[in-house]
Design a protein around this ligand. Structure first.
Ligand SMILES: *Cc1c(COP(=O)(O)O)cnc(C)c1O
Length: 494
């Protein structure tokens, strides 16, 4: 269905994606030249506009979603069910802001989709079917830190016996003064850049996102150091676990016991515990087979935290913009995100207490029916369908890692002493470099110039590196392994 739809859109998209993963320079130039220089007075026929988009613009898009060989960033793709649902969302343009059960089913579908996600991620429904759909993991991290900031400063003010208790109500400055603190800090290891960005937006400050990692491993917590930071009396703390680090795909915690220790520290010092599991949290969809034990353990214990960030538009393979946010404290988000004193929204408090109105627990007031593609794709694949998709992605990652480990022209990263250990820790990202320095400087460029596959340039310990992120639902281990290793073998001879 998707391929027919895309073929209908453009000749350039004969599916499965047969043109390169990047547009040709010609197509880009043609598209650029076709852009209008000013708004016309009377507009054009819809057919003309359609033709312009499909014939001029679409050929200048990349194959990020449509090709399973686009390995940049972590882009995911769009499952057929999600594509259908996304078109329904646009066609019916439901505004998901207020939960009013006699007006539309939309908020109930969103609530149901949250429940289905808790099932997929093995989180207890009564505790976790609480949260909202966001534009992506960045927005979910913003919600997590905002709820955390509200929580930790409320605790601090309570301890002081202050009447000023809410950042949402009184603002950060008054809340800090009332609690006698100088600020809020976020303690973490190898955070995603978006977490640092949200610390800036929320008045926490980028400089107050602090690494508390071990000396021998930048991703793992040094629990002693973490406790020292938490014990500092002048700041309230949020601890953030990187459940799936974007450069290596690895996990900040090794098992549930480690998360439990962090939880105990957070309770002792009244800190909030947040998880950025944009893609890593999906490791919880795996079964107990020994093949994936290390991954399963890496996302163990996440049911002990206060808030969870997840992405829809990555491993769930629904269109941009879609993320989700779970919070185990049902009333907290309202203190931050409520629309107070808006007469025309007085009905907006929702007519059923079990489903809060999205506009009072998230950033936007009016927004699209974001959850429908998630709902459709979860119904279409079920638990086993998503597990199988993820298993194929992990297996391909490990096959490529094995090949790179054995190849004299390349080095797998982070440096590993054995192939088995490397493969055992691998999730959906292959990080590597070329041994020849000149080649390594241009490696991503040379690979991408083939237009057969796309990788992101990155760096590891200050040296350029490449990243293959495998996140598309179309992944086929054998076919894609042959293509990737073919390209890498060819590039190594340049
Ligand atoms: C991608 C990613 C983000 C940011 O997500 P967006 O969906 O791009 O906003 C945050 N954290 C992690 C770990 C990620 O991989």
């Amino acid at each position: 269905m998707q391929d027919q739809f895309l073929q209908g859109l453009s000749k350039a998209a004969q599916g499965p994606w047969e043109s390169g993963v990047l547009p040709t320079a010609n197509n880009l130039a043609r598209a650029r030249a076709s852009l209008p220089t000013a708004l016309s007075n009377h507009g054009a026929e819809v057919e003309t506009v359609k033709r312009h988009i499909t014939e001029d613009l679409v050929p200048a898009f990349n194959g990020g979603s449509i090709s399973s060989n686009y390995y940049g960033f972590i882009t995911g793709g769009v499952t057929p069910a999600a594509l259908f649902a996304d078109n329904v969302v646009s066609a019916y343009d439901q505004n998901v802001q207020v939960h009013l059960s006699s007006h539309s089913i939309a908020t109930e579908v969103e609530f149901n989709a949250l429940g289905l996600l808790t099932d997929l991620l093995r989180l207890d429904r009564p505790t976790w079917q609480n949260g909202t759909f966001t534009t992506g993991a960045t927005a979910s991290n913003l919600l997590g830190l905002a709820c955390g900031r509200e929580f930790v400063l409320r605790k601090a003010a309570e301890k002081k016996g202050s009447t000023i208790q809410s950042v949402g109500e009184n603002g950060l400055f008054e809340a800090l003064q009332a609690s006698g603190l100088s600020g809020v800090q976020v303690l973490t290891t190898l955070p995603h850049s978006s977490l640092v960005k949200t610390a800036s937006i929320l008045g926490i400050g980028r400089a107050n996102v602090r690494n508390t990692c071990r000396r021998d491993d930048p991703l793992r917590f040094d629990l002693e150091q973490l406790e020292k930071e938490l014990a500092k009396g002048d700041k309230a703390s949020i601890v953030a676990i990187s459940c799936g680090e974007v450069n290596t795909g690895r996990f900040a915690t090794a098992n549930g016991d480690e998360v439990r220790s962090i939880r105990e520290l957070c309770d002792k010092y009244s800190a909030w515990l947040h998880v950025d599991g944009a893609f890593g949290i999906f490791g919880r969809a795996l079964d107990d087979s020994s093949e994936f034990q290390t991954i399963k353990k890496g996302c163990e214990g996440m049911e002990l935290v206060d808030s969870i960030t997840g992405d829809g538009h990555k491993l769930l393979n629904v269109p941009y913009d879609c993320g989700f946010f779970f919070c185990r404290h049902p009333d907290l988000a309202v203190h931050v995100f409520q629309n107070a004193n808006a007469a025309y929204l007085t009905v907006a408090s929702s007519d059923s207490p079990t489903i809060p109105s999205p506009l009072n627990i998230g950033i936007e007031n009016s927004r699209r029916f974001r959850a429908l593609p998630v709902y459709a794709s979860l119904l279409s694949y079920g638990r086993v369908g998503y597990r199988d998709m993820l298993q194929r992605q992990i297996r391909l990652t490990r096959m490529i890692y094995g090949w790179i480990f054995d190849h004299p022209a390349y080095t797998a990263l982070p440096a590993a002493t054995s192939k088995e250990r490397l493969q055992d820790q691998a999730f959906i990202i292959v990080l590597f470099r070329a041994n020849d320095e000149a080649l390594n400087r241009d490696l991503a460029k040379k690979i991408n110039e083939t237009s057969q596959m796309f990788v992101s340039g990155s760096s590891w310990q200050g040296v350029p590196a490449c990243r293959i992120a495998i996140s598309n639902w179309r992944v086929d281990e054998d076919r894609d392994f042959a293509l990737v290793t073919g390209v890498l073998a060819k590039v190594s001879q340049c």
